[in-house]
Design a protein around this ligand. Structure first.
Ligand SMILES: [Mg+2]
Length: 227
């Protein structure tokens, strides 16, 4: 295996705990949070989008219209620094301190661009799929990550020198491996736990399998020390 020169992080359920974000949607729809979350788990198990949950409780659900209604009602669909997992900041900072190029790159709407930039994470680059015009699991997303890492380091590097960290088997693990990019699978959040049951073919190929981000900096340092 190659030395790791750059580490890129997914956002949702990797750096950001989406519990309150989904919880506020449940509140808005007047569905008990426990029920909402269970239906979300069912959708994930079936391979459906999270939008299937809204459709289940409100057939014909219009996300854009409901977001406008929430903004007008004073409960906008926003999140912030309080929603970061407690291990997120420290992990990025520790990798940065190892001299690695650190990036954030996830499937997100362009509306969160300023919000993510304002979190003050120790990231050299922030990639938002909506701004890039390409999203996971498209392999072009991982090609863009490779371009950004090469630009940041000032020389071309291959995907084999970039570690991607994500919680989803379908959107993170499988396409990263298909692109030749090492992956750290983080088994947390609804997707990480539910999808881990159907991933026996790819989990052994993950460079690291994590339950939190605290352990990652030492694992990367140990990996690089052997190269
Ligand atoms: Mg995610």
């Amino acid at each position: 295996m190659s030395v790791i020169e750059a580490v890129f992080f997914d956002l949702g359920e990797t750096l950001v705990n989406e519990g309150e974000i989904y919880g506020r949607w449940a509140d808005w729809l007047r569905v008990p949070r426990h029920t909402f979350n269970a239906v979300l788990g069912g959708a994930i198990a079936r391979g459906d989008s999270y939008l299937a949950v809204f459709e289940h409780f409100r057939p014909g659900f219009d996300l854009a219209a409901e977001e406008r209604a929430r903004a007008e009602a004073g409960v906008p669909n926003l999140w912030g620094a309080d929603d970061l997992y407690p291990d997120a900041r420290g992990c990025l900072a520790a990798l940065k301190a190892q001299g690695l190029h650190v990036g954030v790159a996830g499937n997100q709407p362009k509306e969160v661009t300023e919000l993510v930039a304002g979190l003050g994470l120790a990231a050299d680059v922030i990639g938002i799929s909506d701004n890039w015009g390409v999203q996971k699991p498209d392999l072009a997303f991982f090609a863009r990550v490779t371009e950004e890492a090469s630009r940041g380091l000032g020389r071309p590097i291959g995907p084999d020198r970039i570690l991607y960290v994500g919680d989803r088997v379908d959107n993170d693990v499988r396409p990263a491996l298909a692109f030749g990019m090492p992956i750290a699978f983080l088994r947390r959040g609804p997707w990480g736990h539910v999808q881990s049951h159907d991933a026996a073919d790819v989990l052994p190929r993950c460079l690291f399998r994590l339950d939190d981000l605290d352990e990652l900096p030492a694992l990367v340092a140990a990996h690089n020390a052997l190269r």
